[in-house]
Write a protein that binds this ligand. Structure first.
Ligand SMILES: [Fe+2]
Ligand SMILES: [Fe+2]
Length: 193
């Protein structure tokens, strides 16, 4: 297995072309598919948080004056203070994303893997491989965020910003795949997650 920790940020990627489709669940009804959308709703919440952090990041990069609605969250005239705020937002987001994936790995994946006579094994294996990439990025971003909070320099900011952008891109793609392919199985076999 590839040692992800030695890969560059650029090399760390999801093999999107190698994604299997989930086998259909012929017994699933519209109601099941609707119930299965709860994963997408959870994902939307995290993506919204990441979009907010991304908006803060863009403002800091532009050395912009704070827009009214973001004034409380970020941007002072002191750039090192802004860097620190970005670092702590990233640190917090790393924790919640790790929490989300830990639950999936410990509870949702094993239940889906066991469902339907094991027909979801291949897709769960792929999702787990994607989690490994997301996890590596979460570790890197937590470290970068810690370094930035302790030492709010331009160099540390650039490092944290690049890692955040990469994590956001990877998470968005992973969420989309996971919630689409698992919706029927979640609704039909799990009922709730
Ligand atoms: Fe996931
Ligand atoms: Fe997820």
């Amino acid at each position: 297995m590839t040692d992800l920790s030695t890969q560059s940020l650029d090399e760390l990627r999801l093999d999107e072309a190698g994604r299997p489709k989930a086998p259909p669940v012929p017994e699933a009804t519209e109601m099941h598919r609707y119930q299965g959308q709860q994963l997408a709703a959870i994902h939307r919440h995290y993506l919204m948080e990441m979009a907010q952090i991304s908006a803060v990041l863009t403002r800091i990069e532009a050395r912009d004056t704070p827009p009214e609605h973001l004034k409380q969250i970020v941007l002072s005239l002191d750039m090192s203070e802004n860097f620190r705020v970005f670092g702590s937002l990233c640190g917090r987001e790393c924790q919640v994303l790790k929490f989300h994936h830990d639950i999936e790995g410990a509870d949702m994946f094993p239940r889906i893997e066991a469902a339907g006579g094991g027909k979801f094994r291949e897709i769960v294996a792929k999702l787990k491989a994607e989690h490994a990439v997301v996890h590596e990025l979460i570790i890197r971003l937590s470290r970068a965020a810690e370094a930035l909070a302790a030492d709010p320099t331009e160099v540390n900011f650039i490092q944290a910003a690049a890692t955040f952008r990469k994590l956001e891109e990877v998470v968005r793609s992973h969420f989309g795949y996971e919630e689409t392919e698992l919706a029927e199985a979640i609704g039909y076999y799990l009922g709730s997650i």
